[in-house]
Ligand binder design. Structure first.
Ligand code: PLP
Length: 392
């Protein structure tokens, strides 16, 4: 008799747990698939078919820009690929600090901290700012990374209906605490609408709270020069404000940044577990983002994108789109089936616009999420709009 036999394990067990039955199987309509696809400039190849991509967050097309790509290649040649350690050990580089300075200056904040991704930024930021004595007030449609960051912090969370500042104010009156934080997306990722940054900061002053704005989709897309929603509201550098953004969208690269006062950023460097206990970004990824910032500052790509948005809006007045002045243009279709059928029709016509379904969006609000890019041209936008109008 072996040792394991002698333990007599498993005699009363009706279902043996192993890795094949750990997760329940979802019904076919709710399953998510990793879509095996290959991007080639503006196009995306899915199942052997080349489609015009209207589903990317690469709003300025910079992931494909020759200067961005060659910056990354040169950096790999010079520095190698992986950074080998956390920034606090030996993974740091003067290039991180230079880019942090440039981003802070461009965005109009005292200081900046680069981290691995937007997800890591929000998990680490909220975990650093808040504990179980903190109260967080969160927009109901905030990105999952903010929802999870709030959870991880242990703070008490009150969610307010999307953009409803009247109810937020009521909650602020109702739930006092020593430390309180209002947390919101800037440009909302699935709706394309925007937070009222000025009013949020006014509430913050009235009720003595901080404000965290995650403008992952606003950088490079909205406001003068694509400086984002906070800049558009002229609230950059506000002492109660922390802004988060990603390098994976308009910057065409990977990574994320946190902007705030110098003391806030220093405090985060001391505390943030998703900075301290994780490998630093590869320098190649970082210098690519720096090259992207240089291109954004020249203004042309942002101008092209903003022109496309205005043109798309002028051509789609007859369509039932959610109100949005950003590159995210959602068309609510209701049921999962309707959204899937519309997506399939667009695919037949050569366009990639996936159906976004619950739980990513609320039940009954399945939609097409159309995103515009500076890489599109008028003909492609016209052709897409024609299909949308014909089916409506
Ligand atoms: C995409 C996104 C993130 C996550 O950023 P990554 O760098 O992709 O991890 C966080 N917040 C918002 C609002 C986003 O849209």
């Amino acid at each position: 008799m072996t040792f394991v036999d002698s333990l007599n394990i498993g005699t009363n067990i009706t279902r043996m747990i192993d890795t094949r039955n750990w997760f329940e199987t979802l019904p076919p309509t709710r399953q998510r698939k990793l879509l095996s696809s290959q991007r080639n400039g503006l196009n995306i190849e899915v199942g052997g078919q080349s489609l015009v991509n209207f589903a990317s967050n690469d709003y300025l097309g910079l992931s494909q820009h020759p200067d961005v790509c060659s910056a990354a290649k040169d950096a790999v040649d010079t520095f190698g690929l992986g950074s080998g350690a956390s920034r606090l050990v030996s993974g740091d580089s003067p290039l991180f600090h230079a880019f942090e300075r440039n981003l802070a200056d461009w965005k109009g904040f005292e200081a900046c901290l680069l981290v691995g991704s937007g997800m890591l930024a929000n998990l680490g930021l909220l975990q650093s700012l808040a504990d179980r004595h903190t109260v967080i007030f969160a927009d109901k449609l905030n990105h999952a990374s903010l929802v999870d960051g709030a959870r991880l912090s242990g703070a008490k969370v009150h969610r307010y209906p999307h953009l409803n500042l009247r109810i937020l104010a009521q909650q602020l009156q109702q739930y006092p605490a020593k430390n309180r934080i209002i947390v919101s997306d800037g440009v909302f990722s699935m709706d394309g609408d925007t937070a009222d940054v000025v009013s949020l900061l006014r509430l913050a002053e009235e009720y003595d709270t901080l404000v965290v704005i995650d403008d992952a989709h606003g950088a490079g897309t909205v406001g003068a020069g694509g400086k984002g929603l906070v800049n558009q509201a002229n609230m950059m550098g506000h002492a109660r404000l922390i802004e988060v953004g990603t390098l994976g969208k308009s910057f065409g690269s990977y990574g994320a940044y946190i902007l705030g006062t110098a003391s806030m950023i220093e405090g985060l460097k001391q505390r943030m577990r998703t900075l301290i206990y994780t490998t630093a970004l590869p320098v190649a990824v970082l210098v690519a983002a720096q090259a992207a910032l240089d291109i954004i500052k020249q203004g042309e790509v942002v101008h092209v994108l903003q022109g496309h948005i205005a043109y798309f809006l002028s051509q789609t007045k007859a369509l039932n789109l959610l109100p949005s002045h950003t590159p995210i243009q959602p068309m609510i279709l209701g049921s999962d089936e309707q959204a899937l059928a519309a997506s399939a029709l667009l695919k037949e016509c050569g366009f990639f616009v996936p159906a976004i379904r619950p739980p990513t969006v609320p039940e009954g609000q399945a939609r097409l999420r159309i995103t515009l890019s500076a890489l599109h041209n008028r003909q492609q936008i016209d052709a897409l709009v024609k299909v949308l109008l014909n089916r409506a």
